[in-house]
Write a protein that binds this ligand. Structure first.
Ligand SMILES: *[C@@H]1O[C@H](CO)[C@@H](O)[C@H](O)[C@H]1NC(C)=O
Ligand SMILES: *[C@@H]1O[C@H](CO)[C@@H](O)[C@H](O)[C@H]1NC(C)=O
Ligand SMILES: *[C@@H]1O[C@H](CO)[C@@H](O)[C@H](O)[C@H]1NC(C)=O
Ligand SMILES: *[C@@H]1O[C@H](CO)[C@@H](O)[C@H](O)[C@H]1NC(C)=O
Ligand SMILES: *[C@@H]1O[C@H](CO)[C@@H](O)[C@H](O)[C@H]1NC(C)=O
Ligand SMILES: *[C@@H]1O[C@H](CO)[C@@H](O)[C@H](O)[C@H]1NC(C)=O
Length: 797
């Protein structure tokens, strides 16, 4: 209620001019004319939404609903939420939308063609009006019967409290400027799961939830056939298949909309006032390269958090349409079936999803190649080593679709090309800049002075004491609503994304009243516990109990969605009163720290190299593949746990406060120094901006410890006395050693010298030294580290 009043009030202040010229509703026998598109606009009573004609092309108009613009209605409003005739625009002359006496709403083109209609019928008096929530409704004037409403026929946008049901779906626009139907859909499938599908001109496939996961593995529940999903006004989305999320700005932001964007991502946009720009407060896909069809056929996609997504053609292919990558690339050669004319180009770390002709387990490279050559339709193959099973898997490809480079992909793709051609790599082209992500702490955008003058002019003329009283009433209401929100949050009772919410008493029992402490640090104490289902878990009780519940849940939902083989899995959480507890998988094997210091020395040089690579991969994933820019901020051997195969699993992530990538240069959120002495980058001490390079530094120190077997905090070097602000003694020592010819042997942990591959160890040591450069700009980023370690691994093997 309070919001309605405040909306109304604000709108009233901002659109005085519109109230006079626009309509509040349409009655039987009347119509809206395209030629008078500026005046023939139906405005909701709070001024927030407008419905009418807008321009979509030269002399082409559509009828739709949009967020009322601050500037009076221009030809094409910026934020359209619904369109009647997205694929059939009408002529800019003579076209009109009429509410006929029969009760039907009819959109007629200049040529009197029926372009769109509501297919309704009624003898009683009717009105077509726009509700305050943006729903265009045809209702009986007497009584409450609703004959038709735009909420039942969404285009690409859901407004808060507008349900997505079994009968409705969201379909993307072709592009940001072209509102006709695009290739992406959000809908409930026949198994009651809410999904994203790419429905391209030639092929179609679903890409979210990840198609290789069973619905329960993706945290979905496919037995609830009510098939309903809804974004509420606080920013919480709940779907009947148990898919739930909260936007990062959970709470009472003024306006929100959930949009199926033309790039295949679902985003929630918010803005705090009409005067501000929309910002993205949530999006479903982190790495936009995982969206199918994004760069078209025969192309590769690479995603970089700073540079955005890039499409480029595979070698031997050229782009079909420079303005629209969804058309993909076409071959510059004639495809030959003669096997002696084919050759294969090796593309390490390049993955193609789907369109396999054949799949063979435990296949040698030669067999896989032969399999592809035997088939005229085979355009290439993927040869992937499965570490767990110790075998290679072979997938031959019918189409080269959904190709992408990914730091976490361990296989290699071989592209079939005709022999004797000299194809160079195509230049990459950026499709779009990365979407600006959450800017929760945005400054209030100042209104241009011009508007302010207008505003006050109008204010002095129009407002009497009455409205000033209203103003205070609104404030009182606002105040009350804010208070109410907090209690609303307490009733938040849903499992987030498949992992469980535990009650405090459950965890109290599981940990035997928090008795078995197994670790400390990173803002809390970790206890060993046995969950009700008998699994052993590491249960971390956070100190920061003052974090709001909504904020905590938003963060947990992000951490819970992280998924990488080198990351400790999170199973659940508890939020009750002041308690904030996280439940993780428990690793029986010790951490890297314990393994390094143990006398039995189970870590030979090749295991250490693998640990280095795995840790680099997971950091690259956290820094570069996730939606939110996640810094670990406490990389140390104690936080690198080892599984039974000595594969690293990073622990204690996500607590370092998920950070907005846009604010790369502000460390205001990091007022408190985080991390552990000995591993901390100089930035912390010198109060420089904190970026992902702090993790790179700590990683470098861990590498040096693995190579040398020395603890950075225990180094004792002549001439250096007492504590320095940050601990660079191990670094200094290695740098000094590097002057001699046999430096690698000299620094190496004596217990691993036997049979050691010196070339590999030297690579590791060089990477480590690059990572611990004092100047953060010289340090490589984690995907470069992965690249260096991977390419050298291939070189040596
Ligand atoms: C929008 O895209 C559709 C489908 O690709 C195309 O037919 C139409 O011409 C485009 N409209 C404009 C204005 O570019
Ligand atoms: C099915 O989903 C609806 C909407 O989310 C919910 O109200 C209902 O309780 C669910 N039913 C079951 C059996 O889970
Ligand atoms: C992609 O390349 C294949 C040959 O490798 C070709 O048959 C196909 O038409 C190409 N796709 C497009 C969209 O041009
Ligand atoms: C394939 O090419 C080789 C060499 O050009 C030729 O000798 C052979 O006959 C060809 N095979 C077929 C089936 O066309
Ligand atoms: C894979 O194949 C090789 C030779 O064909 C065989 O020796 C090996 O046992 C197989 N491995 C597995 C896991 O099946
Ligand atoms: C391939 O092209 C590059 C540059 O375009 C040239 O330097 C190279 O000699 C060519 N190789 C062959 C085998 O034609």
């Amino acid at each position: 209620m309070a919001f309605t009043i405040s909306y109304f009030f604000l709108a009233y202040l901002l659109f005085p001019f519109q109230c006079s010229s626009s309509l509040s509703s349409l009655n039987k026998g009347s119509s809206l004319s395209v030629e008078k598109y500026a005046e023939d606009v139906i405005v909701s009573s709070n001024g927030m939404f407008s419905a009418g004609f807008f321009q979509v092309g030269e002399n082409a108009f559509s009828f739709g609903i949009w967020f009322t613009e601050l500037q009076p209605h221009t030809h094409n409003p910026a934020t359209i939420v619904w369109i009647a005739n997205r694929d059939n625009p009408v002529n800019g002359k003579l076209s009109k939308l009429s509410l006929l006496n029969t009760g039907n709403i009819l959109l007629l083109d200049a040529g009197q063609n029926n372009i769109w209609s509501s297919n309704t019928e009624s003898n009683t008096p009717l009105e077509l009006y726009l509700k305050e929530d943006g729903n265009l409704v045809l209702r009986e004037l007497q009584g409450t019967t609703i004959l038709w409403q735009s909420y039942d026929f969404p285009t690409n946008t859901l407004l808060p409290n507008q349900p997505l049901t079994r009968y409705t779906k969201l379909g993307s626009s072709r592009s940001q400027s072209n509102h006709s139907s695009g290739f992406y859909k959000l809908f409930f499938d026949d198994n009651n799961i809410i999904r994203l599908e790419y429905d391209g001109p030639d092929v179609s496939s679903t890409y979210w939830p990840p198609p290789w996961l069973l619905s329960w593995q993706a945290g979905r529940f496919n037995y609830n056939s009510s098939r309903i999903a809804l974004l509420d006004s606080h920013g919480k989305f709940i779907s009947s298949d148990n898919y739930i999320f909260s936007t990062y700005d959970y709470g009472t932001v003024m306006q929100r909309r959930l949009t199926m964007d033309s790039d295949g991502n679902i985003r929630v946009y918010s803005r705090k006032s009409l005067l501000e720009n929309w910002y993205v407060s949530w999006q479903v896909i982190y790495d936009t390269c995982t969206i199918h069809g994004i760069c078209g056929e025969n192309s590769t996609c690479s995603y970089h958090p700073k540079k955005g997504k890039k499409c480029s053609c595979l070698q031997g292919y050229k782009v079909k349409n420079h303005n629209d990558w969804s058309y993909g690339c076409e071959p510059m050669f004639d495809f030959t079936c003669n096997r002696s004319h084919s050759t294969f180009l090796k593309l390490p770390g390049f993955e193609l999803y789907g369109y396999d002709i054949n799949f063979v387990e435990n296949s040698t490279y030669k067999n896989c190649e032969t399999l592809c050559l035997q088939d005229c339709n085979c355009k290439g193959f993927q040869h992937t080593f499965e570490r767990d099973q110790g075998i290679f898997k072979c997938y031959t490809k019918l189409n080269l679709l959904n190709g992408r480079y990914s730091p976490s992909f361990r296989g290699t793709t071989y592209l079939r090309l005709p022999k004797g051609n000299n194809f160079t790599k195509q230049e990459s082209m950026s499709v779009e800049d990365r979407v600006c992500l959450v800017q929760i702490h945005k400054d209030y955008a100042k209104k241009p002075i011009n508007n302010t003058v207008k505003f006050f002019l109008w204010l002095s003329i129009a407002i009497g004491c009455f409205e000033l009283v209203c103003f205070f009433v609104v404030f009182v209401f606002l105040f009350k609503t804010t208070k109410k929100t907090t209690s609303d949050q307490n009733s938040y009772h849903h499992t987030l994304l498949g992992f469980r919410r535990y009650s405090y008493s459950e965890l109290k029992v599981a940990t035997k009243n928090f008795s078995n402490e197994i670790g400390k640090g990173g803002g809390g104490v970790v206890y060993l516990g046995t969950l009700p289902d008998q699994r052993q878990a590491a249960i971390k009780r956070l100190n920061e109990a003052n974090q709001g519940e909504g904020e905590f849940l938003a963060e947990v939902s992000i951490i819970g969605r992280l998924n990488h083989m080198n990351l400790i899995e999170m199973w659940g959480y508890c939020v009750e009163g002041k308690h904030r507890i996280l439940v993780y998988e428990y690793m029986k094997n010790d951490s890297l720290a314990e393994n390094l210091s143990s006398k039995t020395n189970m870590l030979d040089w090749s295991k250490r190299y693998d640990i280095a690579l795995g840790t680099a991969r997971v950091l690259a994933y956290l820094h570069e593949e996730c939606l939110e820019w996640i810094l670990h901020c406490d990389i140390k051997p104690q936080n690198i746990l080892l599984d039974s195969n000595y594969q690293p699993k990073l622990a204690d992530f996500g607590l370092s406060k998920l950070r907005n990538r846009n604010n790369v240069n502000s460390n205001s959120e990091f007022s408190m120094i985080r991390g552990t002495r000995g591993y901390m980058a100089p930035e912390w001490v010198f109060n420089l901006p904190i970026t992902s390079k702090v993790d790179v530094y700590s990683y470098g120190i861990v590498l040096l410890e693995m190579i040398t077997g020395k603890r950075s905090t225990m180094m004792n070097i002549e001439g250096v006395d007492g504590e320095v602000a940050y601990n660079g003694r191990l670094v200094t020592w290695v740098r000094e050693k590097k002057r001699s010819a046999c430096w690698v042997e000299e620094i190496m942990d004596p217990s691993i010298v036997i049979n050691c591959d010196l070339i590999k160890m030297e690579i590791l040591a060089k990477v480590a030294l690059e990572c611990v450069e004092e100047d953060r700009d010289i340090r490589p980023n984690m995907s470069q580290v992965v690249e260096m370690l991977e390419s050298n691994q291939r070189l040596v093997e």
